[in-house]
Design a protein around this ligand. Structure first.
Ligand code: DQA
Length: 168
């Protein structure tokens, strides 16, 4: 089964009470429940995480290849500032889709540039909670068409060992 890492960036744990006129009343819990429902329909598994820390997100993206096939990310404020997250997305070798609840290109000037989007296969912005659901659907369609990942040397090694023990 395809496994997708969902990352919510800084301050998104406050959704529902944070700048309601911009982000609406939807909570992170409701977004995650909707994502899990959509994932079930699509036949994929999700691991959902939220972090306020740039380095933690960099670590998570950097290690994602070991356990996941694709990444759905709302980098939140780091969208506009983080070369480190952009580089991690570019380096991790997994397809990623960037999503935003608000329409970042209709907001303040400083939000109208995404550092991270060029390292993603697509961006969905402005549909509120549905940005996540549309992003997930697009990501699953995109990742399904990719060639299977190469196995890591650890997996190859394990396979080799068990084959040898089966033979001798
Ligand atoms: C956001 C947009 C960002 O500019 C902002 O910093 C956020 C949320 C969005 O989902 O609309 O925290 O990523």
């Amino acid at each position: 089964m395809m496994k997708i890492l969902v990352i919510h960036g800084p301050n998104l744990q406050l959704l529902g009470e944070r700048e309601v006129s911009v982000y609406g009343k939807v909570t992170l819990k409701q977004i995650n429940a909707a994502l899990e429902k959509e994932a079930k329909t699509l036949g994929v598994a999700l691991a959902i995480e939220q972090s306020n820390h740039e380095g933690a997100i960099v670590d998570r993206v950097g290690n994602a290849r070991e356990s996941f096939d694709a990444i759905l990310i709302n980098p939140a404020a780091y969208t506009h500032t983080s070369v480190a997250i952009r580089d991690a997305l570019a380096a991790c070798g997994l397809p990623a889709v960037e999503v935003h609840l608000s329409h970042i290109y209709r907001r303040e000037d400083f939000r109208q540039h995404s550092m991270t989007a060029p390292a993603c296969v697509a961006q969905v912005t402005g549909f509120g909670k549905d940005s996540y659901l549309l992003g997930l659907r697009g990501l699953v369609a995109y990742a399904s068409q990719m060639k299977p990942k190469k196995k890591t040397s650890a997996v190859r090694k394990r396979k080799c060992t068990s084959k040898r023990s089966a033979n001798f």
